[in-house]
Ligand binder design. Sequence first.
Ligand SMILES: C=C(O[C@@H]1C=C(C(=O)O)C=C[C@H]1O)C(=O)O
Ligand SMILES: [Mg+2]
Length: 461
Amino acid sequence: MSYKITDGAKAKQTVLSPYTHFFTETVEVGRISPLLFFEAGHSTYNHERFYWQNADKTMTLVGIGHAHILMNEKKHGRYSDISDKWQQLCSKLVKEEKDMAPVLFGGFSYDEQNRHHSEWNEFPSSYFFVPSFQLKIADGKTLLSVNLITDSENATTIFDKLREERDRLIHIAQVEEFDITVKNKVIETIERGKEKYIEAVENVTQQIKEGKADKVVIARAIELEFEQDLAATTVLQAITNEQQESYHFGLQVGTSLFFGATPERLIEVKDGKVYSACVAGSIRRGKSAKEDRELGEELLGDPKNREEHQHVVSMISKVFESYCEDVLIPKIPKLMKIRDIQHLYTSVEGSIGQQNNIFSFVEALHPTPALGGVPTTVALEMIRKHEEMDRGYYAAPIGWTDASGNGEFAVGIRSALIQANHAYLYAGGGIVADSDPNEEYDETWVKFRPVLRSLGGKLNG
Ligand SMILES: C=C(O[C@@H]1C=C(C(=O)O)C=C[C@H]1O)C(=O)O
Ligand SMILES: [Mg+2]
């Protein structure tokens, strides 16, 4: 058996047998740039990598190679399926290490009941993997782990080879140069179904006025074609420089890369505490500090945006009230200012109840009314009917968990999918009774900006 166990999303998952063991070894190393480590995996593990950095930069994770893939195409029970499989894997851990560092990284599609033939064909309903080589920068330490999940009798020999490979990757990351000056050249920008989008917003607004729903988030996509194929590391490098105060993520599935810079946390579990965030309601940044402050005040006092926001607060509060103790949610939103946009923001925290793990929170929360609507089921029906696209992993949970149950999922907005020389960008907005289609259209352009700029595209709107 070689240490490259699988090949892309279509590969078989290793079958767990009574003889399967999950071997892991973590060493502390000198400083390594996470992006250079990601790049070091380029030639051998081109389609088997992930990148993650949380918004306050206290957790950076890079994964290279597939030690094990967990995925499913389930319409029901997909969260507990991944959770159970991860628990099973963890029960195979050979517990020689003090520090159980291995993580499971991946995501879920937005709507498992609304998949079309689209650019998302390579993405299953759920897709996670344990990387063979994992870089984790947290608590002032740079840790490198090697993970091997196997029932082979030759595990020791395989693991020795993996250690050699680890050293080779570290060496490349520390020594080789990486050209960050590459400029992508856009040769075409296609707005997909602009009229359809406007119509969808009008239609949904009308139905909200008729009392059929309170809020529905409608999204659209633009497609860019480039002169040359895009390189994953270059794209990630650009996005991390774009929007500093956000989560930066990249997930390779098949030949695609899903990446973005999202300001929105879905759920974090950390040592018995849980955190979420309500991010909804938007206005642009001002050209001067004064105008910026005025726009912020306008947003805080605007009934339409406050309504968009309050729906999110109510729903997340309900989930926290029933899943947690010591729930803490401020009564009034604050402003979250990021490079191109200001949002209304309310923090949410609680203490985790015993029965619940991170996947039960993901299941209970996704989609919040920030990306779905109120009532959720009605909103999802309207999205399926009017949006007429496959959101894929856009607006969906993406993140990681570890063997001790800690982890974090962000909402995959301000994001795009990349395939060869094409990029597909997605953005939407919360529609309520007072929404105006043209203003919503403009708001999506502001939300396209960070990803668009990182790819070298032209900014409209
Ligand atoms: C739908 C998106 O963002 C969501 C919609 C917002 C709004 O309409 O004000 C704000 C933040 C997010 O909850 C997106 O970025 O695509
Ligand atoms: Mg909005």
